[in-house]
Design a protein around this ligand. Sequence first.
Ligand SMILES: C[S@@+](CC[C@H](N)C(=O)[O-])C[C@H]1O[C@@H](n2cnc3c(N)ncnc32)[C@H](O)[C@@H]1O
Length: 243
Amino acid sequence: MPIDKHPGHPYFAAVGDRLGRNYLRYEFTKGTDQEIAFLLELLDLPSDARVLDVGCGAGRHAVAFAKAGLSVTGVDVSERLLQVAADAARDAGVAASFFEVDARRMPFEDEFDVVVSICQGGFGLMGDDDSLVLKRMAEAVKPSGRVVVTAFSALYEAKLQRPEAEFDVDSGVVHERSTIKGEDGSEEEVDLWTSVYTPRELRLMAIGVGLIPEEVYSVDPGDFARRPPDLEHAEFLLTARRP
Ligand SMILES: C[S@@+](CC[C@H](N)C(=O)[O-])C[C@H]1O[C@@H](n2cnc3c(N)ncnc32)[C@H](O)[C@@H]1O
């Protein structure tokens, strides 16, 4: 079967706009508290730290970071998901800034103590341009600050060989079709392209954008842990430091 190639633009903007609040119905969004507890322990940030959440979506991590007292900026390409994020911050009584900007064009320079992209928030959804997203993240973080990304595991995908997904081994992109439900209840079939990585690729990409890779852990949504890379978990979590 021919592989439908990544379209080369932020295709998820339309998917996110359509999903809106329904994005938060997916099971993989339910482990935010565990993920945030792990990240706060891992990052050990000062109370006045500034956090940038790239591809923040509905703001589940951004709002949780803000609730922990951190100063948070979230960026995304989906106007509707950014509205959902801003509503969540207001409902939680916390201040967080949200901007509609393509992660490949983020204008930040030496501004944040930590820059994260969790659950394929830009990094992992942009095909060949994932490296550009990581470059912009490296520019946005202050010297000695940290960059954290999660990414789907190429090794796990190769092991599963899911019949419903087309894995283009050459590009490292998995193509799937999925039925999503809009806020008005109507359903639509959409294409999704997700990049998959090995720990070695993630480290080399980090080095390529001037970061010093620290750790790569094997994780699942809602099950972040200091676990060495293995074949049993769907995602890797990379931490890297700017020199
Ligand atoms: C799977 S969602 C993850 C959202 C959020 N990080 C979370 O953990 O729930 C991926 C998000 O990345 C955003 N995104 C995709 N491509 C992007 C890009 N080029 N720049 C900024 N955001 C992007 C999407 O709009 C979507 O909100």
